[in-house]
Ligand binder design. Structure first.
Ligand SMILES: Cc1cc2nc3c(=O)[nH]c(=O)nc-3n(C[C@H](O)[C@H](O)[C@H](O)COP(=O)(O)O)c2cc1C
Ligand code: SF4
Length: 417
């Protein structure tokens, strides 16, 4: 059931050895790419129908083509390695176990869009990955894959490593840009989008680590072949971070279209001690909580949206019957209250109120009015918050109002109203 493309070198090579990477076919795609027409490379990504793996699932070629057409010649490329979403740990493995792979993807993309400089913005807590990347970038420079006149192509490009400082919102693209610029990590109003006016007001392409990791493979196998993997709307594979009450938590690579149930049962080895699974949170803290009977749902960007869900960055958090819906909701609400940057009112005030409302249910003080309030507040936050943090913070609440409504009704004073 697993199909290893971006994880095929995990534990098979020494991540600190560029020679191991080269022997396993590494940097071949870059060598070929440097001989190709730039727009043709983007067309290959278009044929692959690659969608971003950082959560929003935006078509990768659209951003690339947009930036390639900008008049401004100073252009930046950023790899989003912030991975601050609870439940997600797949980018960490990409960086620790095969660091040259996504760097190769970055250099190819930089060549295609004529980027002049690159950044990797890495989560502050990822000390080991940071050290590995420092080493890896230096090795790549020494062998001519980064720096001036890469492989005698006349193309100059280098990458700088920047570390976050523990803020979840700095994974949001504009907050991340502000952070690199040395400002507090807060989003900007869109449009203009980063591809038009991003880092230091220059056109900037931001992609996730896994998105870049796919690029060398797309060029190697060809966009059309890549598009045959997965489903019509979601091509290729997805790295899934599986955690919670399963026997074998970990990172697994599966083609899109695989049912969540199979990932949990076959790869995760089922629930611990054979306990009944009560619910699963998808995507991470910002994702929906669905009941066990929905686990036939397949991993697919569009399929998830049919259920008001998103694949997010691919987390699957399994919770068995010992877990209470409201304990989980409280943790999630407190996380967002803590991480809200405070720039806009719906998120700053809304998350505070969501915590209070969830506590009211837990303390059996909630009324029918609180049920109406929590639902309408969650919807308003979703629709009016300035950035994705506030827009997705109430997803867990909205999904449980849909799939676990009886749990709310059991706790309110006068459910008959
Ligand atoms: C609060 C918040 C946190 C985010 N954190 C990350 C992150 O850690 N890594 C990531 O790749 N994208 C993250 N994103 C999504 C980015 O804004 C952006 O969509 C993504 O980096 C684009 O890359 P992709 O198209 O390759 O997915 C976050 C978004 C929000 C709203
Ligand atoms: S939604 Fe939240 S995190 Fe985003 S700008 Fe508003 S307050 Fe800040």
């Amino acid at each position: 059931m697993e199909q290893k493309i971006v994880s095929k070198r995990f534990d098979a090579i020494n991540p600190l050895s560029i020679d191991d990477y080269l022997e396993s076919g590494g940097y071949k795609s870059l060598k070929e790419a440097l001989k190709r027409d730039r727009i043709n490379i983007i067309e290959e990504i278009e044929a692959a129908r690659l969608r971003g793996r950082g959560g929003a699932a935006f078509p990768a070629h659209v951003k690339m083509m947009g930036i390639a057409k900008e008049e401004e010649t100073t252009r930046y490329i950023i790899c989003n390695a912030d991975e601050g979403e609870p439940g997600n740990f797949k980018d960490r493995q990409l960086m620790e176990k095969d660091p040259h792979q996504f760097i190769e993807g970055m250099v190819i993309t930089a060549f295609a869009i004529r980027a002049t400089k690159g950044y990797i913005y890495i989560r502050g807590e990822y000390d080991k990955a940071y050290s590995i990347l420092e080493w890896t970038l230096e090795e790549a420079r020494k062998k001519g894959y980064l720096g001036k006149n890469i492989l005698d192509s006349g193309f100059d490009f280098d990458i700088e490593l920047r570390s976050g400082a523990g803020s979840y919102v700095c994974g949001e693209e504009f907050a991340l840009i502000e952070s690199i610029e040395g400002k507090p990590g807060r989003t900007r109003v869109k449009p203009p989008f980063p591809t038009q006016k991003g880092l230091f007001d220059k056109p900037t392409l931001i992609n996730n680590v896994e998105t870049f990791a796919n690029i060398p493979h797309i060029l190697e196998m060809g966009g059309d072949e890549f598009a045959k993997i997965g489903t019509e709307s979601s091509t290729g594979t997805k790295l899934v971070s599986l955690s919670g009450n399963v026997n074998n938590p970990g990172v697994y690579e599966v083609p899109f279209g695989v049912p969540i149930k199979e990932v949990v049962e076959k790869l995760g080895g089922g629930s611990k001690d054979g306990r009944k699974i009560k619910m699963v949170q998808l995507g991470g803290a910002c994702g929906p909580i669905i009941p066990e009977y929905m686990l036939d749902l397949t991993i697919d960007f569009d399929r998830f949206e049919d259920f008001d869900s998103k694949t997010g960055a691919g987390a699957i958090i399994v919770m068995d019957e010992r877990f209470d819906v409201f304990d989980v909701l409280l943790r999630v609400a407190e996380f967002f209250e803590h991480e809200s940057c405070g720039k806009c009112t719906p998120c700053r005030e809304g998350n505070l109120q969501l915590v209070k409302l969830v506590e009211k249910f837990i303390n059996r003080k909630a009324t029918q009015k609180d049920l109406i309030n929590i639902e309408s507040l969650a919807r308003v936050m979703h629709q009016t918050s300035l950035c994705g943090l506030g827009q997705t913070a109430p997803t867990a609440i909205l999904s449980t109002l849909k799939y676990f409504r009886d749990d709310y009704l059991d706790l309110i004073e006068h459910p008959e109203l």
